[in-house]
Design a protein around this ligand. Structure first.
Ligand code: DAK
Length: 258
C-alpha cells in the first residue's frame, strides 16, 4: 500500500517509517497521523515486523503539528473531532519497540511523537522544543506530561514556557535522548541497533517494554511486583531454556519466540 505522507522501508524484521512531508518540514497533519496508525495496526500482528523506527530527514524529524491545518479551528471543533486523541492512544500503547531517530527539528507534536517512542536516538543537529506557547496555545499530545518525566520539572517548564530549543548534547545529558549518533549513516546505524533488539526473544522484548511502561503508571512496590510476575512467567518459555543453555554452552542463543 502506498502512503501519501510516509515512506516505508523493510529491513528484514525492522520496519523503518520515514515521515515525508518535506514541503512543511514534516509537519504532522491528520493524514500523517492516520497513516502512522494504519502502519502500526497492520504491523502489530505481523510476525515479520519486530521493531519499528520512526525517522524524518537529515534536517527535520517533524516541525510540529500542522499549524496551517489547525489555524482556523475553534475549540468546539477540536473537542468534537477529538483531534489526535485516538492516534495518540494507538501510538503510545503499541506493544513492539518503537525507536525515534531524530535529526534536525523535533518541535511541538514532533517532539511529542518522539517521546511517545521507547527510545530516542539523535544526531548532533537535533533540536527538541515545545514552542506552542509562541502560537498562543500549549502542548496537547503529552508534552507537558512526558517531558518532565524525561528532563525534570525545571527544564520542562523552561522549555514549555520560553519555547526554547534543546540541542542534542543537552538532550542526551538530561536523558531525553538515549544516544547521539554520527550524522553519517545515521539511518544505517538505527537499523543496526533495531536489528540487535529484533534478534532477541519477542516474549522478553514485549515483557520488558510493558514492565518499563508500567513504572510510569504505578507505585514502586506494584511495579516491582509486576516485574517479578513477568520474570517468573518467562521461565515457561523455550527461549529462557535456550538463552540460559546457550550461555552455559558458550554459544549464541537461537530464539524462537516460544
Ligand atoms: N506547520 C505547518 N507548516 C510548517 C510548520 C508547521 N508546524 N513548520 C514549518 N512549516 C512550513 C512553513 O510554513 C514553510 O512553508 P512555506 O512558507 O514554504 O509554505 C515551510 O514549512 C518551511 O518552513 P520555514 O520557512 O519556517 O523554515 P525555517 O528553516 O526558516 O524555520 C522552523 C524552521 C522549524 C524554525 C520554523 O518552520 C518553525 O518555527 N516552525 C513551527 C514550529 C512550531 O511552532 N511547532 C509547533 C507547532 S504546534 C493537539 C495536540 C498537540 C498539537 C496539536 C493539537 N490536540 C490534542 C488537539 C501540537 C501542536 C504543535 O505542534
Amino acid at each position: 500500500m502506498a502512503y501519501e505522507t510516509l515512506i516505508l522501508e523493510h529491513h528484514e524484521t525492522v520496519l523503518l517509517i520515514k515521515l515525508n512531508r518535506p514541503e512543511s518540514l514534516n509537519a504532522i497533519n491528520n493524514k500523517m497521523l492516520m497513516e502512522i496508525c494504519t502502519v502500526l495496526k497492520k504491523s502489530s500482528t505481523d510476525i515479520n515486523v519486530r521493531v519499528i523506527i520512526i525517522t524524518g530527514s537529515e534536517k527535520f524529524f517533524a516541525a510540529g503539528a500542522d499549524i496551517k491545518e489547525m489555524e482556523k479551528k475553534n475549540s468546539t471543533e477540536m473537542y468534537l473531532e477529538d483531534y489526535f486523541t485516538n492516534e495518540h492512544n494507538i501510538i503510545s500503547s503499541y506493544r513492539k519497540p518503537l525507536i525515534a531517530g531524530v535529526s534536525g527539528y523535533a518541535l511541538g507534536g514532533g517532539c511529542e511523537l518522539a517521546m511517545m517512542c521507547d527510545i530516542i536516538y539523535a544526531t548532533k543537529t537535533a533540536k527538541f522544543g515545545q514552542p506552542e506557547i509562541n502560537l498562543g496555545v500549549m502542548a496537547g499530545i503529552g508534552g507537558t506530561q512526558r517531558l518532565p518525566k524525561s528532563v525534570g520539572k525545571s527544564k520542562a517548564m523552561d522549555m514549555h514556557l520560553t519555547g526554547r530549543y534543546m540541542d542534542a548534547e543537552e538532550a542526551e545529558r538530561v536523558g531525553l535522548v538515549s544516544r547521539v549518533l554520527p550524522e553519517k549513516d545515521f539511518q544505517i546505524k538505527l537499523i543496526e541497533i533495531a536489528k540487535k533488539i529484533s534478534d532477541k526473544s519477542l516474549t522478553s522484548i514485549l515483557a520488558i517494554k510493558e514492565a518499563i511502561n508500567i513504572s510510569y503508571e504505578t507505585n514502586l512496590s506494584s511495579g516491582i511486583n509486576f516485574e517479578r510476575r513477568k520474570f517468573h512467567s518467562l521461565f515457561s518459555t523455550e527461549d529462557q531454556k535456550e538463552g540460559m543453555a546457550a550461555f552455559v554452552e558458550k554459544r549464541t542463543p537461537k530464539f524462537s519466540d516460544r
